[in-house]
Design a protein around this ligand. Sequence first.
Ligand code: SAH
Ligand code: SF4
Ligand code: F3S
Length: 466
Amino acid sequence: MELNDTITREALQPVETENAAPRKVFMKTYGCQMNVYDSQRMSDALSLEGYLPTEVIEDADLILINTCHIREKAAEKVYSQLGRLRKLKDERAARGRETLVGVAGCVAQAEGDEILRRAPVVDLVIGPQTYHRLPQVVRKARAGEKVVETEYAIEDKFEHLPSASRNATRSRGVTAFLTVQEGCDKFCTFCVVPYTRGSEVSRPVAKIVAEAEKLADAGVREVTLLGQNVNAWHGEGPDGSEWGLGKLLFRLAEIPGIARLRYTTSHPRDMDDALIEAHRDLDILMPYLHLPVQSGSDRILKAMNRKHTAADYLALVDRIRAAKPDIAMSGDFIVGFPGESDEDFEATMQLVRDVTYAQAFSFKYSPRPGTPGAEMGSHVDETVKDERLQRLQALLITQQRAFAASLVNKEMDLLIEKAGREAGQRVGRSPWLQPVIVDEKAGEIGDIVRVRITKAGPNSLFSEPV
Ligand code: SAH
Ligand code: SF4
Ligand code: F3S
């Protein structure tokens, strides 16, 4: 592999000279955007330890799997992948190469040393709150120790992880994630996140602004603020007053170079007036909102501990749309939560019809060990869950297609993100997060160009420059 420009000269210095070639790390990331962000930060930290990123798993001296625990299959996929790594590790050992296997992320946090028992191929287990200790953990593992690091750290991991260097950021394209908040205190009864990510923590304004400036400096045009409950973010502003996400967005909008802002995932209960006003008044805040509701039945919402009703949610959507009429809504839904009757499910279908979503994610309820939902009686039959999921998804897809079709012949701004699959094409993003194909003559990567939509395909839009 060539030395790529993600590594600074400084970063290369700590490489030991015993091996002519620098060590390489292969990372595989599952789960939410926060894991994507964390993987990049871990990659930055490892580059300081002399590990260059590689896309070729057979070349990797360190294989790091950043895992998700949100639903059953996610964890099972990790275990079967770990099973397959045994052979790879043995083959490399036969060639005299040592391979470290690490598990990070939410499965690491939830399962801890159970992972070492179920998958002896693993050398290190590290939870999301301890990533700043990754360099020490890797050093210990290289010395032959099996390491499990899942204690909640008192110190803030973000303050100890190296911040993305200019070079490290440059190769990452024109859009970037920026974690502003982590963890959750809401304890929805189906969800593992409060257990795997710990309680709610907000990063300070100054750190967020500094990181966003660095990203802008590296050519990033669109920043998506991340948090498990991103709109619960709060912090002390430079004026000493308490800021919420709305105010933070206004501050970030002042950074030269940043042309688009987004945030995800928000909770209906934390959608305050200032944030809704930001949607009204801040042009660079994109007109797209991911606002999970999970169910349209008040009985189920109560059992889920969501602490809002379907009517609360609908009223909130009305207020948001009054402030920003062209906003597109996105959501998450769970079907087959314990006790969900046909009537409860119909209430979810009705809510979807009332809101109309541009995009949505829907899941069958998956009991998570240690959550209250898993202990509840009257679990819903798998076949009933399947049938409900199919009906819900059919409705959501119809809405998604109708939304895409409604954009045909309309003009919009496109942020050009990358080369298209076919020669002569580029792919950009609409304000509503859809991929849009355009001729490469329309502009360079990173440009924002005006286009007219000519056609809506199943997964992307087609356009011509105006
Ligand atoms: N913090 C976000 C969502 C985090 S998890 C929020 O509060 O909305 C992402 C989505 O996964 C959830 O919105 C939910 O729809 C789904 N999910 C979480 N736990 C689940 C479970 N046990 N079974 C099925 N889906 C689940
Ligand atoms: Fe999970 Fe609920 Fe917290 Fe979202 S708000 S992360 S669904 S517990
Ligand atoms: Fe999964 Fe953890 Fe994100 S459980 S969805 S990776 S917070």
